[in-house]
Design a protein around this ligand. Structure first.
Ligand SMILES: *Cc1c(COP(=O)(O)O)cnc(C)c1O
Length: 693
């Protein structure tokens, strides 16, 4: 498997930023050149924290601030952990009077580097409010706050010559030690990240960064020479510098690198402890000269100890077992997110996604899929059964969940308890549900021609009756198209008739005090083959997973990426002599010498047993190899005569990419005479699920 060339610039720069923060707290160049050290630690390194803030703003803004609650919770937990971690050093430093603690906890941080956490928390809350005013106003106000902060930071000596301003800052400093905090400092960078300004040309971003860093250097040296800095975290040029730097990094950013992100956070958290350890250790060993007095030696030792500590701690984290040993589904959640946004763009502006995650999200794992979709701002889900709805709720999935299929009326209490919305599959179902004495939210299914589920759209009396049933609250009305996947003239006419009947029925309902509520009719092929419909929701399933049901052409093209890859391993390779056979029934026979690989996946994993006979193939080391013989319950055989290097342990790709090769789900489904919906949703729970974010 050849990995796509990836450079997760944003996550990898976090490591650089962490090193810069260590610089700030160890002043590596003091022994060589105090001015050089000033530039490194008080000018250049000042990009580190704004960078962390911008990354947070960028990820929150990209998701419309929806993950804010979870983000704040995480930061709060890390902060509390760090406060405890540094209690011994607080105590060692002589302790803090009790009265100082509230302010330390809420604003200044309880140890010198911990100010960052309260600043992020307050900053995110402030930035979120400012964002509501629109990015323009939000940035303007955050900019103003930054200017006020600047006056209490690098420019204090100049600004405080004006008595009124000095009074104002005295007031501010009675409440917090620095203006570099969650009110004056963090909101601007969070919002700059959220806006995600991107200059198209990388060269321009790079030049802009160098130029603005030059100007910031001049600004810093000038202020330094005037000796007016109360603190040195904020410069006029810093936001400008950051816009260019962030644009540059975003321009090269592909994917994510969790390890770099985790490591940088741990280094940030641990390095003050490491400073103490290095100093203590150096004294103990009598190596003060090398590791304390020599600033570079000191810095290097702290850096090495910090990174080793962070690395060791990251090993302690519970790592999921490597479940790529036998057979697994690889779920590319980035591709899922990409598809979500591609589909949204194809919908009418007032219409959003109701993601269909029935049948374990078509074999992709309903819970991880729904979790990721929530992060992308998806607010509604559709499942096939009560059980599926409950599973999502048990795993904390919020938002609307509609049960599309029949639920026995006596389960009404369960529907209510888990806040699920039930589809009314016909008038009798609606009446039976209402008779349970439980208030229920329902969507009316209208039969507009599929003749599967729903109240006949022409049966106005039955529809009206549903609105008179006690305790049944109709919050939506929907229908399903049965030939929208076909571009055949007659089928297209049938689909048009279904749409018209749906619209007419909705109009009738509105005119007769039967408010239809949320409306939806397009599934994946309704999106691919129809113009945008002005409904509340569209209900795609297979399109979200990045493939078509088959390879037939569609009216519109969406740029979707397949989400699932199916992989297994070579268990064993053996040579067959001419005249030998292999597998059950010796169904594979050969007259020539062959090399056979036994692969660790079988029909109990959901593979159709007929696949080898229909031309089924796999990828090994990027090459296509044919399946041979009969598929067993847990194994299958592949002819690897063409790939002499094939050996035990090799990854075998049944669906997905491997180097230059790709086997698409549509291809496999077509070989078995079915559609990808069936093929994927049958992939069994015995297959491990490997998520890539
Ligand atoms: C399964 C299903 C969908 C999703 O269909 P796709 O073709 O996978 O997009 C939508 N609506 C209903 C009622 C369904 O049963």
């Amino acid at each position: 498997m050849i990995k796509r060339k990836q450079f997760a610039a944003l996550d990898q720069f976090r490591l650089v930023a962490a090193v810069l923060v260590v610089c700030i707290h160890t002043s590596p160049l003091t022994s060589l050149s105090p001015l050089g050290d000033f530039w490194l630690t008080r000018v250049l390194a000042r990009v580190a924290v704004p960078f962390f803030l911008m990354v947070s703003g960028y990820f929150l803004g990209k998701r419309d601030w929806k993950p804010m609650g979870g983000f704040l919770k995480k930061i709060l937990l890390i902060y509390l952990g760090a406060v405890v971690l540094y209690l011994p050093l607080n105590w060692y430093n002589g302790g803090m009077p009790l009265a100082r603690w509230p302010r330390a906890l809420l604003v200044d941080g309880t140890f010198y580097h911990l100010w960052y956490f309260p600043a992020v928390i307050l900053g995110v809350l402030v930035a979120r409010q400012l964002w509501r005013l629109g990015p323009g106003w939000g940035l303007a106000i955050a900019g103003l706050l930054y200017l006020i902060g600047l006056g209490g930071d690098s420019y204090y000596g100049l600004v405080s010559q004006i008595p009124a301003l000095k009074q104002m800052y005295d007031g501010i400093f009675a409440l917090c030690s620095y203006t570099r905090n969650g009110l004056f400092f963090a909101p601007l960078f969070l919002l700059l990240g959220a806006v995600g300004v991107q200059i198209k040309s990388l060269k321009l971003s790079g030049l802009g960064f160098v130029a603005s860093l030059g100007l910031m250097t001049a600004e810093g040296l000038w202020l330094h020479s005037l000796d007016v800095q109360r603190h040195d975290s904020m410069y006029l040029m810093l936001p400008v510098c950051m816009v260019f730097l962030f644009s540059l990094l975003r321009g090269c950013n592909r994917g994510r690198n969790r390890q770099a992100a985790d490591l940088s956070l741990l280094v940030y958290l641990l390095h003050p402890w490491c400073i103490v350890l290095v100093r203590g250790g150096a004294r103990l060993l009598g190596m003060e000269e090398l590791f304390i007095e020599n600033s570079l030696g000191h810095f290097a030792a702290v850096l090495v100890v910090s990174f080793c500590g962070a690395w060791l701690l990251s090993l302690l984290r519970p790592h999921p077992r490597n479940n790529r040993d036998r057979a697994w589904r690889e779920i590319d959640l980035e591709a899922l997110a990409h598809n979500t946004w591609q589909i949204r763009e194809a919908l009418a502006p007032e219409c959003d996604l109701m993601a269909v995650v029935k049948a374990e999200a078509y074999g992709h794992g309903a819970v991880p899929v729904a979790r990721r979709l929530r992060k992308e701002g998806v607010k509604a889900f559709a499942v096939a059964s009560l059980e599926e709805g409950i599973t999502l709720r048990r795993h904390g999935i919020l938002g609307e969940i509609l049960v599309l299929g029949y639920t026995a009326p006596h389960e009404a209490r369960q529907l209510r308890r888990w806040h699920l919305t039930q589809a009314v599959v016909d008038a009798a179902h609606g009446e039976a549900l209402a008779a349970q004495g439980v208030r229920l939210k329902v969507h009316l299914a209208l039969d507009t021609g599929m003749h599967r589920l729903g109240i006949s759209a022409e049966d106005h009396r039955a529809i009206a009756r549903m609105y008179r049933l006690p305790r049944l609250k109709v919050t939506g009305t929907f229908s399903h198209l049965c030939v929208s996947d076909s571009l055949d003239k007659a089928d297209q006419a049938y689909t048009r008739a279904q749409l018209e009947l749906f619209q007419e029925t909705l109009s009738w309902m509105e005119a007769h005090s039967c408010p239809p509520g949320e409306t939806h009719i397009q599934a994946s092929y309704g999106i691919w083959n129809l113009p945008p419909q002005s409904c509340t929701w569209a209900r795609p399933g297979i399109a979200l997973y990045g493939v078509g049901s088959d390879s037939s052409p569609t009216q519109r093209k969406l740029n979707l990426h397949p989400v699932l890859s199916l992989r297994a391993r070579v268990a064993s390779v053996r040579e067959l002599e001419p005249g030998q056979g292999a597998g059950y029934g010796l169904a594979f026979r050969t007259d020539t010498p062959r090399r056979l690989a036994t692969v660790t996946i079988g029909y109990a994993d959901g593979l159709p047993r007929s696949l080898p006979q229909q031309g089924g193939q796999v990828l090994i080391r990027g090459c296509r190899c044919p399946m041979v013989g009969r598929i067993c319950m847990d194994q299958l055989l592949v002819d690897v005569t063409q790939v002499p290097q094939a050996s035990a342990g090799d990854v075998v790709t049944l669906i997905g990419r491997d180097g230059p090769g790709e086997i698409r789900a549509e291809e496999v489904a077509a070989q078995c005479g079915t559609i990808t919906n069936e093929l994927l949703s049958r992939l069994g729970g015995r297959l491990a699920l490997v998520l890539s974010h």
